[in-house]
Design a protein around this ligand. Structure first.
Ligand SMILES: O=P(O)(O)OC[C@@H](O)[C@@H](O)c1c[nH]c2ccccc12
Length: 267
């Protein structure tokens, strides 16, 4: 079994436990459930923000411990203050050291869109995302059949959430559906952890024009953002480069400063 299969197998066990403990009828009573969500699409297009979705990630299967001590509220607020367009917060506990508590802390501290970063395979998790205060969910094409992906996307839309669909190869674009708001190209192969930004560059032209496009993973310098902007990407998801600093928000602020000092790219 590759790591992605292991994660998904564990998700099914987790969902059974969690839904037995907290049924959807209870999730719907969360104070966040009825809140007005923020649009990541709009925030990414906002001219005064950076287009960066800054991630809060404590650990990963590919890198092991990255930053286990960081405080989710402090870091995400620092990201938002320095110009992040959105926040990505890992909620998977087993493989990424994340938690519902981290997402709620990020929600409480900020007024920008929050992506629940997890492996979604069941409607229950979409309700959970809404109840935690998330604005966007991630659907990884590699983990889902086309009809399953569409059904999860429909649930998300019915709850006022946006949908980021993640692909790693051109054939996965066959799973696109109108309920998707943003397409993310993951530069990391989730089965063997190989990372290449070239993956984004190669796939850009195959993604239909109506979807906002972002590039995810392995980005560690502002020049790469410039390069990806030139290709046409409008968002950039970055985790490890920031989180590997004891003060991720500090490293993010410095990154934004050097990004702003580069010549502006016009479309
Ligand atoms: O830490 P990086 O290389 O900057 O990557 C961030 C993000 O793209 C990555 O964490 C990610 C992309 N898709 C995922 C799916 C599940 C878990 C994590 C991810």
């Amino acid at each position: 079994m590759n790591i992605l299969d292991k994660i998904v197998a564990h998700k099914h066990i987790e969902i059974a436990e969690r839904s037995a403990m907290t049924p959807i009828s209870i999730l719907e009573k969360s104070p966040y459930f009825g809140r007005q969500t923020y649009s990541l699409r709009e925030s990414l297009l906002h001219p005064e923000r950076t287009g960066i979705i800054a991630e809060f990630k404590r650990r990963s299967p590919s890198k092991g411990d990255i930053n286990t001590r960081a405080d989710a509220a402090t870091v995400t607020k620092g990201y938002a203050d320095a110009g992040a367009s959105g926040l990505s917060i890992l909620t998977d506990e087993q493989f990424f050291g994340g938690s519902t508590a981290d997402l709620i802390a990020g929600r409480e501290a900020n007024q920008i869109p929050v992506l629940r970063k997890d492996f979604m395979v069941h409607d229950y998790q979409v309700f959970e995302a809404r109840a935690m205060g998330a604005d966007v969910i991630l659907l990884i094409a590699e983990c889902l059949e086309a009809d399953q992906l569409r059904s999860l996307a429909k649930t998300a839309k019915s709850l006022g959430l946006e949908v980021l669909m993640e692909i790693h190869s051109g054939d996965q674009l066959a799973k696109l559906c109108p309920e998707v708001d943003i397409v993310g190209v993951n530069n990391r192969n989730l089965k063997n952890f190989e990372v290449s930004v070239q993956t984004s560059i190669d796939l850009f032209d195959q993604i239909p024009a109506e979807f906002l496009k972002i590039s995810e993973s392995g980005i560690n310098n502002p020049q790469t953002i410039q390069e990806l902007k030139q290709v046409g990407f409008q968002g950039f998801l970055i985790g490890e480069y920031f989180m590997s600093d004891p003060e991720p928000q500090q490293r993010f602020a410095e990154f934004v400063q050097s990004l702003n000092s580069l010549p502006q790219v016009s479309f």
